[in-house]
Ligand binder design. Sequence first.
Ligand code: EPU
Length: 334
Amino acid sequence: MLISNNVSLRGYNSFGFDISAEHFCSAASIDEIKEALEWRRKHNKPLLILGGGSNTVFTRNVEGLVLQVSIDQIKTETNNDSISVYAGAGVNWHHLVKQTVFNNQFGLENLALIPGNAGAAPIQNIGAYGKELCNNLISVDTMHRETFERLTLSKEECDFDYRHSLFKTAQGADLIVLGIQLQLSSMDNPLISYSALQEAMQNTSPTATEVFNTVCHLRQSKLPDPQVIGNAGSFFKNPVVPRQQVDELLARYPDLPVYPFSDKENKLPAAWLIDRAGWKGHRSGNVGVHNKQALVLVNHGGGNGQQIAILANEIQRDIKQRYQINLEREPTLY
Ligand code: EPU
């Protein structure tokens, strides 16, 4: 296992920001992770765990050790129609979705083309087109960063919610995700309840492979490819707003799309609020708001995390002023 010094993280964050890590290590096994953690303890260095780098916005160089978990095995067990798949934290998420769908192991098709690795998926409970990771998750395999203790958390213990989990709280912050156990099926019975997906499908009873292809097409037509234009997917969560406030907003903006959430609350599309406020396609120097999806902040090249943080603050302030809504950031600022 190699610990390198002064490593550029440009290729390790999906915004493509050119910041550096004091020390960097990519660990492909449990033993290598332990070795890196021991090294870090011996040298008394701060630690940052990195997955595919699609959920961290770097605003400065990183002091201490950046540890990338790159365990990339996929193991499959089949029992009649039920298929259990274990994916190491370093498995590229889209690769996993594609491989399972192509092997007639269904369930992840709606989650195609989400950037990042399998290890980051439970942290924000990735979701798209009517599905969330937690719908197919059995458990998360973890290691405590101080005690090195292995702990397998059941789905219930992960406390999943919309773009939220235990791993985003102080209670779960010390756990390093090693891998995830998923429940898939050989039954080709995809979920197409999400209206934008239904509208895009020619077929009213599509196969999972057709859903996979449609989701890929939808995402490619709206969302920038991080390999081409740096971004971290949706930069803000869709806000959950009390029904009374939704009614007041609807009186002012009758075309505001409103989604169900709970008895007393609705979820509103942050993209619509930002778009209607005139931010879509906005550019501040080398960073800006994507011109096809207002929820995505982009690095046009040569931008940095501080510029993204300033732009995000300006958008949050404007949305608060216009609609009295607090937009919550999705990625973590470092
Ligand atoms: N809209 C606009 N302007 C835009 C984009 C969208 O007015 O620039 C409107 C649309 O017309 C629609 C509404 O906003 O009425 C919602 O748009 P869309 O269906 O594209 O989805 P979203 O709410 O913007 C969420 C997820 C995406 C996921 C899509 C599809 C969040 C924060 N984002 O976006 O997730 O792909 O639904 O399910 O929940 C991600 O997390 O990185 C991500 C891309």
